[in-house]
Each structure stands twice: as structure tokens, then as C-alpha cells.
Design a protein around this ligand. Structure first.
Ligand code: PGA
Length: 252
């Protein structure tokens, strides 16, 4: 794996009140206290970030948000800035999740601006890409990814992208129980790494962590993680329960 530390990230989506999030985070902190050589992140809803930050402080668990706006502040009702996430205790931010693209008109251009804002605030961007079922069935998987990766990262410098994480999440595998086979995922991960190499050079291509997301569970994570270009997982449903997520964290 070229010495990339695996990252297991939990995307809690629009689940859990603050007190529920604090409870799950507290359980997780205990369950993963003895883990080594793996980075762990959970992304609760915005209102739970501050209380959860207090629970995960000085633990193995990092904190992420599920989105951010690219402007520093202003008249953008309902949005949140990178500095606000940092002040709430975040180290990571998920950007361009397919649910944002599908339901909230997120585009490659806005994803690009959000990545820039995250980097400027020293947040680690978890940049999501992935094809729909129709795109896969019509043989467009690689061209869709090519466009998403290129446009999302266009104009950035390799040095700025040093902490970048990319999450490959085939839309047809999210929340459906249909996981990509490890060979399907590996093929795409290798392709994404080659795109990074072409545009940003071999050093960044070797350093960038590429997570797989889409129905990752305790019983399929181990085989996915054996593939050379799969550096971690972005987990939705199975991250909501601390015990199940901790089993994914301990995939070895
Ligand atoms: P899932 O979601 O694990 O529930 O399929 C993954 C994601 O959307 O990040």
C-alpha cells in the first residue's frame, strides 16, 4: 500500500441528535482505544460537531463535517464556512457526496471551490466521486470519473493537495446493500490514482488515499482492504452503530 495509513470514515448523514451523537461517539472512543496504524473519522450533523468534538478530543477518533461553503462568511443562509468547522473542532470535511450532487445540485465546479476552501483552512478534504447505475451499465464509468476528478481538482497545485483523500462511491452501491466487488473497486481506484498521477505527478498519486464507499459492512471490509489501491472506507449505515463501526475500523 505504499505506506498509506488507512482511513476509516463514518458518514452519519442526517442521523442522530446531539445527545445521540455524543453517546455513539463515546462508545466508539472506548471500542477503538487500542487501535494502531489506522486513522478514524466520524462526520455527525453540524449541530452535533461541537459536543462530539469534546468527546473525541485526545482519542483515536477524528472529527469531520459533511459539507462546507467556499466563502468565508456572508449572506448565505443555511451554509457554513471552513473556519466555522475548524472552530467546532473538525479536522476533515466530506465534499461532493453523491447525495449533495443528486439532491442539492452540487456540481463539479462547486465541489472544486469547496476543496479549495477546505485546503485553505487546513481541513482534510474527503472528495467524493462515483458513477450511477445507468452510467456503469452504459460503459461510462471511467469517463464519468475522469470528468469528476479532473474538474474537482482543476487549478489546484500538487503541494496544496498533500492531505487529499478521494472517496470512490458508486452511487448504485450506496445504501443499497450492493457492494462493488473488490475487483470492480480496485479497477476504479487504480484508474483514479492514474488520473492523479497524470495531472499532479507520481508523488501525490502514491500519497493520496482512495477510500471505497457503498454498503461497506464488518463482513465485507476485510476483502476490500486487501486490494492494493483501496486505502480505507467511507461508511454510511454501518457507521451509525459504534460496535459495527469499530469492527470495520479493526478490519485486519
Ligand atoms: P452506505 O453509505 O455505507 O450506507 O452505503 C455510504 C456513503 O454514502 O458514504
Amino acid at each position: 500500500m505504499d505506506n498509506r495509513t488507512p482511513l476509516i470514515a463514518g458518514n452519519w448523514k442526517m442521523h442522530k441528535t446531539s445527545s445521540e451523537a455524543v453517546e455513539t461517539a463515546g462508545q466508539l472512543v472506548k471500542l477503538v482505544a487500542d487501535t494502531l496504524d489506522v486513522d478514524i473519522m466520524i462526520a455527525p450533523v453540524f449541530t452535533a460537531l461541537d459536543p462530539v468534538a469534546k468527546v473525541v478530543k485526545n482519542s483515536r477518533v477524528g472529527l469531520g463535517a459533511q459539507n462546507l461553503h467556499w466563502e468565508k462568511e456572508g449572506a448565505y443562509t443555511g451554509e457554513i464556512s471552513a473556519a466555522m468547522l475548524v472552530s467546532a473542532g473538525c479536522q476533515y470535511v466530506i465534499i461532493g457526496h453523491s447525495e449533495r450532487r443528486q439532491f442539492f445540485n452540487e456540481t463539479d465546479e462547486t465541489v472544486n471551490k469547496r476543496i479549495r476552501a477546505a485546503i485553505n483552512a487546513q481541513l482534510i478534504p474527503v472528495f467524493c466521486v462515483g458513477e450511477t447505475e445507468a452510467e456503469r451499465n452504459s460503459g461510462q464509468t471511467f469517463s464519468v470519473l475522469d470528468k469528476q476528478v479532473k474538474k474537482g481538482l482543476e487549478g489546484h497545485l500538487a503541494d496544496d493537495l498533500a492531505t487529499l483523500v478521494i472517496a470512490y462511491e458508486p452511487v448504485w452501491a450506496i445504501g443499497t446493500g450492493k457492494t462493488a466487488t473488490r475487483d470492480q473497486a480496485q479497477d476504479v481506484h487504480q484508474y483514479i490514482r492514474s488520473l492523479v498521477e497524470t495531472d499532479f505527478g507520481v508523488a501525490l498519486a502514491k500519497a493520496v488515499r482512495i477510500l471505497y464507499g457503498g454498503s461497506v459492512k464488518p463482513d465485507n471490509v476485510t476483502q476490500l482492504m486487501q486490494m492494493p489501491d483501496i486505502d480505507g472506507a467511507l461508511v454510511g449505515g454501518a457507521s451509525l452503530d459504534a460496535e459495527s463501526f469499530s469492527r470495520i475500523v479493526k478490519f485486519k
